[in-house]
Write a protein that binds this ligand. Structure first.
Ligand code: HMG
Ligand code: MG
Length: 298
């Protein structure tokens, strides 16, 4: 494959921890992010400035963001649903945010208590403020390959929402298979459709591994040309508002696959595996990463 550099967007500290039953103390989250910063990752989503009533696991966002060591060259985006979240994020000095909506109306209602259009309307002043403040904005589209409430999600809805976020000023659109329902041919077709309207260099893929399809889906999307992949160390996570959604694809497994294909991530796999094993111990469970399990057993 030409152009063999892939950027990993590590979402474990946010997407990973937001759905874990065990509430980790803020200092453990800080230690996790500091460890991740030492692996060579260049984008580490740190936390979420959403309503603590909706996602109590990340109620300590301020403390966590303040506590992490900001390594030069690494960006630490945070999730923001509205202006209130933006203000909280700016108070602690966040210089990159991510806004999020969905391709399915039913899911978006459950997740942010608003229609897709309403949620995008909320982003307009957020993005305006971000532009004025020199803050980079990433956009997520959820349920791109299926919705827990609506079932099938028409491709035209995915394309429409991705296009709107891009036109609004998001520098990158992450296409989220929130419930991990996708399979490679569908993932490829979805990415191809979106890439007709949004440049491929502005797209990322975000797979949950509910049915064990995430790596296969990523491979199909790499073949299609995408070069940004979201993943979570130790394969933690899921969305509290998507019933049945399990963990994100494990970063260790993605990096192992990419390096095995001769692609470059800039990530030290050994350090990442050690971090995955450490996080699993904090959560008192086995890592969902195949690579971490194999290495730990060896
Ligand atoms: P709402 O209840 O409709 O909001 O929630 P509201 O504006 O009516 O406010 C209600 C209360 O929340 C008020 O407090 C506000 O101050 C407070 P009260 O007066 O009752 O004490 N509030 C806030 N507090 C702190 N920070 C804020 C904030 N905003 C309002 N930013 C809202 C609407 C959007 C806030 C809520 O639905 C919410 O926070 N949802 C977040 C859900 C979430 O985080 N889901 C997971 C992330 S998305 C995901 O995981 C998918 C992804 O990984 C991609 C994929 O896999 O597909 C990205
Ligand atoms: Mg997710």
């Amino acid at each position: 494959m030409s152009n063999d550099r892939v950027r990993i967007v590590e979402v474990g500290a946010r997407d990973g921890l937001q759905n874990e039953k065990i509430l980790l103390p803020a200092e453990v989250k800080v230690a996790l992010i500091d460890r991740l910063s030492a692996t060579g990752l260049t984008t580490i989503e740190a936390t979420s400035f959403v309503s603590p009533k909706w996602v109590p696991q990340l109620a300590d966002a301020t403390e966590v963001f303040r506590g992490i060591r900001k390594v030069p060259g690494v960006s630490y985006p945070v999730l923001v649903p509205n202006l209130q979240g933006y203000e909280r994020a700016r108070e602690v000095g966040a210089s990159e945010i991510a806004v999020f909506t969905a391709a399915s109306e039913a899911f978006n209602r459950k997740n942010v208590n608003a229609s897709i259009d309403e949620s995008i309307e909320r982003f307009v002043p957020v993005v305006e403020r971000a532009k004025a403040d020199g803050v980079a904005v990433r956009g997520y589209v959820s349920t791109v390959l299926g919705c827990p409430y609506q079932g099938e999600v028409p491709l035209r809805d995915v394309v429409r929402v991705a296009q709107r976020l891009h036109a609004l000023g998001c520098y990158e659109i992450s296409l989220g298979d929130t419930i991990g329902a996708g399979t490679p041919a569908k993932a490829r077709a979805m990415l191809r459709a979106v890439a007709q309207e949004v440049p491929m260099r502005a797209l990322a893929v975000h797979f949950h591994d509910t049915y064990g399809q995430a790596l296969a889906n990523i491979l199909a999307c790499l073949e299609e040309g995408v070069r940004v992949v979201d993943s979570a160390v130790s394969g933690t996570g899921g969305c509290p508002y998507a019933k049945g959604a399990t963990g994100n694809v494990a970063s260790e497994d993605v990096v192992y696959m990419l390096h095995g294909m001769g692609m470059d991530t800039g990530v030290d796999l050994d350090l990442l595996v050690a971090t995955g094993a450490w996080l699993a111990a904090q959560l008192h469970k086995d890592s969902a990463s195949r690579v971490t399990r194999a290495r730990t057993a060896a």
